[in-house]
Design a protein around this ligand. Structure first.
Ligand code: MSP
Length: 607
């Protein structure tokens, strides 16, 4: 989007000299500009900026809320697995931060204005507002089905949001950072962005959406991004952690280094949007509008919508989670806009990779999406959440394969964790009347197993904290692996047969394994909240106790002698592999539907 102003040097210079940053009179001056080169090539990476301002606080202050955001999703079509991915990751991070004792404000929502949405509504024969209502509801429903515990859901058509956008625009205008000029370039409606011809494929196809970009020329208001080049550079230097993963910082820096150009923040041709203050012939550019959702979401409903009260409810955000395709909007444009309005920039922007299918970004426009509702419906939220967080290194791309999905989920959740719990509880029921003989601290005295679990759980904490969600899952899974090895080495079933002291040792071994299961339940709860609750329930805790658990409950020693375990029942149903003869071109989910009447999933784990 932010277009490079590719006009003759003299015009370019005169734009700078004449724009209202330097002279009030130029607001009315029409510069004829040609935007042919987009400086910010997506394919070469986005440029991002961040900056710490003096009023920035760090998260070390425990009174600061941990505000984290997903992008606000376009409502041109219902959510797909790619959009669900960011939200699942955000939810896991939010749950981890809550477990760690932070006050969390988890913001998500929908981006409802602009040409793309109006066109999608028209194609369905609906009004834009009816269409937005239906699709934003589809997002909310999916989030519920995926166990997404967000705190704020902002819709950009919410009147409080519109008020805040207008107020923000007026602040930026008052700061002399908005001026009017002609605009001409190639526009990708799906990206809602002007493109540099150089970054397009043959016939002006957008490389992301493989749809032709259209030539556009209009009279627009511009934001003076170029004015913020130095402040952005300084911000990145002062806070090199602003953009993560760190390899994306290089993209951002190289973008900034090649020079920032002003970009258009209004559309004369789009009705479905927020009117520009004092010029109702233009609407606010959808990105300038939507980014403000991160702030307007914070304003309480009882508030008179007002930028300052919203900001004082938790801004700046601690973390914006986004896909890599929208990095420059978040790491360059957004911080510059905030600086212009005199507001603090977010503390961190994390750009994750894409879920791909056959190597192509999964997306609504390409129509190669994976249906999250079907996955959740057939396999449950824990399987879906675990697979994508464990198997896709957060930050990199990851390809989905149905076989891998089934294999991983069966191996890790059904076997390593589910089966271990079930075997252990079975032995405890048979030999100890489902009752723990001793405190887990006493049972584990002098064992290396306990030390290993403590080390692994600390690794998990470290990885969650650093947003390495896959490694966090791996560390927790390792506890399960260690538990299985311990069980196999100690063979408590044969110790019980020997009776006497051997039997006492076996009973202690079961306490040790169940304590490890308890720790797994807490440590994996950001990723698999339902599965974790089922583990807790099996080891004799109430829902209330589970809900009150926090990260300090991952310390060894929670289980006490005398605690009675529940009757063992499988906590995770194994997903049946399809028979070789079945058509593998159909998604597993469809196949399962076809197999109605046959068991969908097989109970695992026998004691
Ligand atoms: N509306 C803008 C965001 C505005 S934020 C103020 C937008 N919406 S989107 O619906 O197109 O994309 C939302 C998010 O979903 C982006 O972070 C994008 O990267 C992510 N994903 C869309 N498809 C994806 C995959 N196939 N894989 C992973 N994430 C993907 O952009």
């Amino acid at each position: 989007m932010a277009a490079r102003i590719n006009c003759s040097t003299s015009i370019q210079n005169s734009l700078w000299l004449l724009n209202p940053l330097n002279s009030k009179a130029t607001t009315h001056f029409r510069n004829r500009l040609k935007f042919r080169q987009n400086l910010f090539s997506l394919s070469k990476g986005a440029m991002f900026c961040t900056c710490s301002t003096n009023n920035d606080k760090t998260n070390t202050d425990s009174t600061d809320p941990f505000v984290l955001t997903t992008p606000l999703y376009y409502v041109n079509a219902p959510p797909h697995m790619g959009s669900a991915y960011t939200t699942i990751a955000a939810d896991a991070i939010a749950r981890f931060q809550r477990l760690s004792g932070k006050k969390v404000v988890f913001v998500t929502g929908t981006d409802e204005h602009g040409e793309k949405i109006a066109a999608a509504a028209a194609a369905c024969g609906s009004s834009p507002s009816e269409h937005c209502e239906v699709i934003s509801q589809a997002y909310k429903t999916l989030w519920k089905d995926l166990d997404i515990a967000y705190d704020k859901f902002i819709r950009t058509t919410d009147p409080k949001h519109e008020e805040i956008v207008k107020e923000f625009y007026s602040r930026v205008l008052a700061n002399g950072d908005i001026y009017k000029a002609d605009y001409e370039g190639l526009y990708c409606i799906n990206c809602e962005e002007y493109k540099d011809e150089k970054e397009l494929l043959e016939n002006h196809l957008c490389p992301i959406h493989l749809k032709p970009c259209v030539a556009r020329k209009e009279d627009n208001y511009f934001f003076a991004l170029s004015k913020y080049q130095k402040p952005l550079e300084e911000t990145l230097t002062q806070n090199p952690d602003f953009v993560q993963p760190s390899f994306r910082l290089n993209e951002v820096q190289s973008w900034i280094n090649s020079g920032l150009r002003d970009f258009s923040i209004s559309r004369a041709s789009v009705d479905w949007g927020i009117p520009i203050p004092n010029d109702d012939k233009q609407t606010v550019y959808v990105w300038f509008d939507a980014l403000l959702g991160y702030i307007s979401a914070l304003s309480e409903n009882k508030d008179q919508p007002n930028l300052q009260t919203a900001v004082s409810s938790g801004w700046p955000a601690s973390l914006h989670l986004i896909g890599k395709d929208i990095l420059r909007f978040h790491a360059v444009y957004w911080p510059a806009m905030l600086m212009s309005a005199g507001l603090a920039v977010p503390k961190k922007v994390f750009g994750h990779g894409f879920l791909t299918k056959d190597g192509m970004k999964m997306g609504k426009s390409l129509g190669n999406t994976l249906e999250p509702n079907e996955l959740v419906h057939n396999f449950g939220p824990d399987a879906v959440r675990y697979f994508f967080l464990k198997e896709v290194e957060f930050g990199n791309d990851g390809d989905y394969s149905e076989d891998r999905f089934i294999n991983i989920v069966n191996a890790h959740l059904a076997n390593t964790i589910g089966n271990l719990l079930n075997r252990t509880l079975g032995l405890l029921r048979k030999n100890c009347q489902s009752t723990l003989v001793v405190d887990s601290t006493i049972a584990a005295e002098g064992t290396a197993f306990k030390d290993n679990v403590e080390k692994l759980v600390e690794n998990a904490r470290f990885h969650y904290e650093n947003l390495s969600l896959s490694s966090a899952c791996e560390a927790v899974l390792e506890i399960g692996n260690a538990g299985n090895s311990y069980m196999d080495e100690r063979a408590p079933w044969s110790l019980f047969k020997q009776g006497g002291a051997a039997s006492e040792t076996a009973a202690k071994d079961l306490v040790i394994i169940l304590e490890a299961m308890r720790i797994i339940a807490v440590a994996l709860s950001p990723v698999t909240p339902n599965l974790s609750w089922r583990i807790y329930e099996q080891i004799g805790y109430s829902k209330d106790q589970f809900n009150r658990a926090n990260w300090s409950d991952t310390k060894w020693g929670g289980l006490k002698g005398g605690q009675v375990m529940a009757q063992p029942k499988p906590i995770f149903a194994r997903i049946e592999q399809r028979a070789e003869t079945e058509d593998k071109s159909e998604p597993a989910a469809t196949q399962v539907e076809k197999n109605k009447g046959k068991p969908k999933a097989k109970a695992v784990a026998e004691a």
